[in-house]
Design a protein around this ligand. Structure first.
Ligand SMILES: Nc1ncnc2c1ncn2[C@@H]1O[C@H](COP(=O)(O)OP(=O)(O)OP(=O)(O)O)[C@@H](O)[C@H]1O
Length: 597
């Protein structure tokens, strides 16, 4: 069951913000050299901007006053060169930071993608695709400014603040303390604002994620929406979600915008304290006007960077929630992993054994409601087993367990005598072919789609596989044959054609064990025949489990398992089961004769 739908906010553990920041900024360490170069560029630009007023002063007081045109031109050229250097340094710094931040975003996105690929079915069962996309795309993007600003704002502004404080203390510690007396107030104010706004930004990101999940689901299911004329209902849900999204944004911004006023207040109050202490308590005889004026300038030099730092901090708090959501996924352990002492499953013959297997999707479910309860069976290499039974009986669950997409609660599953938990997942799945009902077609050519089954296959192998499953002829009739571009989900292909391409993809991988969840949709008789022959080609010579919805397709099966009530109700060859006149016979009669005995 989906724990998170677009209707529910994602659950997130409380995180340690400092840890998140350290982890995020540790990505910058890989670019230490470039960052030092960026800081040098910034140092040069700051120095040039400090020199500029001096040059103007020199030009006016010295060269213009003495009508020294040559000197003035020389100074002008010097100023021009300096400012050209300034422009180059700024451009270099921006370019370097853009490159670094993009590389880091790419790295984080790759880490996320790689990790998500290792996660088990239960992870994907528990959250809508749109929410996963929101983290890989939206959340990662919002880290860009934070990464850039930590270098271009935090480091230099912090250095400036420390420098100014040192100068102020050296000049006059009493005036310095008076000027900076509002710092505790500022820290308290910022702590309050950031705590409140961080919580609200978290809510905002969850609402954005819900909206994303809904839009993704709605677009994917647009044909259902339109065929049931449900546009008004979906529009209403969409508007509800955008409304929540917008309200959560306004709420978060309301708090975030309090950063500025807090600093402004402390700035103004600090200046007042300076003049109060300087003029009233120390008196003119102890403090010169020049020192007081200089402190007035220092106060600005102190609070300006503090304002920039607080803007950076505000930006950090806003986007820290994005980093939290990214690390939350990176820290999600895959449920299905190789144990430490696993061995490689050697080339198998294809026998499969279930020994007292019990399984449930929600751990801790009582025995009587388990999806599978104490199931045992044994399948010989090359056998074709058809699984039939009412909907929700557990047919798909059984085949998913053979591929170890979920771990069982009790019992053992053995392939060629090897316990599945004792062999590497990769060596098991490499020897299995799984064909689900949707026959997923990727955007790309027919060739790309078939070679997905074996990336290094030759053209001859590809054509042989396509011929074996009856796909070659229809592919050759397509505009560019194997190089024809297919659209996402195989739009533009018939269901039968999609199946045939998926068959070829499985055929080329030459699996020892084949799982075929037979599509229920009906296809035209000609394609149906091709598909039937394709299935037969696929099944021959390998152990196969076919989830059959149309009983006509499994008359050649070696054995049929009727699955119901958490186990195998009856099993035997099609003829034996018909003779037995049990559950299978009833299903068969219901499907073919519309009769139920
Ligand atoms: N990912 C899942 N999370 C939780 N419960 C699930 C999940 N998949 C299936 N179930 C439940 O497990 C039971 C068995 O489902 P399963 O898909 O194996 O049935 P099935 O026999 O293949 O049905 P159908 O013929 O309709 O495909 C059902 O009650 C179903 O609701």
């Amino acid at each position: 069951m989906a724990v998170n739908s677009y209707r529910e906010d994602e659950f997130m553990e409380n995180t340690d913000k400092k840890k998140i920041m350290r982890r995020l900024f540790s990505y910058l360490l890989a670019y230490k050299g470039t960052i030092i170069a960026v800081l040098v560029c910034m140092g040069i630009t700051v120095a040039i901007s400090l020199v500029n007023p001096l040059l103007i002063e020199e030009a006016i007081d010295h060269y213009i006053a003495q009508s020294d045109l040559h000197g003035l031109i020389g100074l002008g050229i010097f100023a021009l060169v300096l400012n050209l250097i300034f422009i180059v340094m700024v451009k270099l710094r921006m370019y370097a930071m853009a490159v670094i931040s993009n590389k880091i975003l790419l790295q984080i996105r790759q880490d996320l993608y790689e990790h998500i690929q290792t996660l088990s079915f239960s992870f994907f069962d528990s959250r809508p695709t749109g929410k996963i996309l929101a983290r890989i795309i939206g959340d990662v993007n919002s880290l860009k400014d934070v990464l850039v600003n930590v270098v271009t704002t935090m480091v230099p502004e912090f250095v400036t603040v420390v420098g100014v404080v040192v100068i102020m203390l050296v000049k006059d510690w009493r005036l310095a303390l008076a000027s900076l007396s509002t710092i505790p107030l500022m820290i308290a104010g910022i702590w309050f604002v950031q705590t409140a706004s961080h919580k609200r930004w978290q809510i905002f990101r969850k609402k954005a994620s819900n909206l994303n999940a809904y839009v993704h689901e709605d677009i994917a299911g647009m044909n259902v929406v339109q065929s049931f004329a449900a546009e008004d209902e979906t529009q209403e849900i969409f508007e509800g979600l955008t409304d929540e999204h917008q309200r959560s944004f306004v709420d978060a911004v309301t708090y975030a915008d309090m950063f500025g006023p807090v600093i402004d207040f402390c700035w103004g109050f600090g200046a007042m304290m300076l003049y109060l202490v300087g003029i009233r308590f120390l008196g003119f005889e102890k403090v010169s006007v020049g020192l007081l004026v200089a402190f007035g300038t220092y106060i600005n030099m102190f609070w300006n960077p503090i304002m920039n730092l607080s803007n950076f901090y505000n930006n950090l708090v806003t986007n820290l929630t994005a980093a939290e959501r990214i690390f939350d996924i990176l820290d999600t352990d895959a449920d299905i992993v190789d144990a430490k002492d696993v061995t490689e499953l050697p080339d198998i013959e294809g026998s499969v054994e279930f020994s007292h297997v019990s399984f449930t999707y929600d751990k801790g479910t009582p025995a009587e409601t388990k999806v599978l309860s104490d199931v045992s069976f044994s399948v010989k290499p090359g056998e074709t087993i058809a699984l039939v039974g009412p909907t929700g009986a557990g047919k798909t669950t059984i085949v998913n367990l053979i591929s170890r997409f979920y771990d069982i609660e009790d019992g053992k599953i053995l392939v060629d005598g090897y316990d599945l938990t004792k062999v590497s997942i990769e060596s098991l799945r490499r020897q299995m072919g799984v064909m689900t009902q949707d026959n997923f077609i990727f955007h790309g050519t027919v060739r790309d789609n078939i070679l997905y089954g074996k990336l290094d296959a030759t053209d001859e192998e590809m054509i042989a596989a396509a011929k074996a499953v009856n796909a070659h002829d229809f592919i050759m009739k397509m505009e560019k044959g194997y190089d024809t571009e297919l659209k996402e989900h195989g739009a533009g292909l018939s269901i039968g054609q999609r199946q045939l391409i998926a068959f070829a993809r499985t055929m080329i991988s030459m699996p020892k064990i084949l799982i075929l969840d037979e599509a229920t949709s009906s296809i035209d008789t000609h394609t149906e025949l091709l598909v039937q022959q394709g299935i037969e080609a696929l099944l021959s010579g390998r152990t196969s489990f076919v989830i059959a919805h149309r009983l006509s397709t499994i008359q050649n099966a070696d054995r049929i398992f009727v699955i119901d009530k958490g186990g195998i109700l009856e099993q035997g060859s099609p003829a034996e089961l018909m003779e037995k006149k049990g559950a299978y016979y009833k299903l068969y009669m219901a499907q073919f004769a519309g009769l139920q005995e």
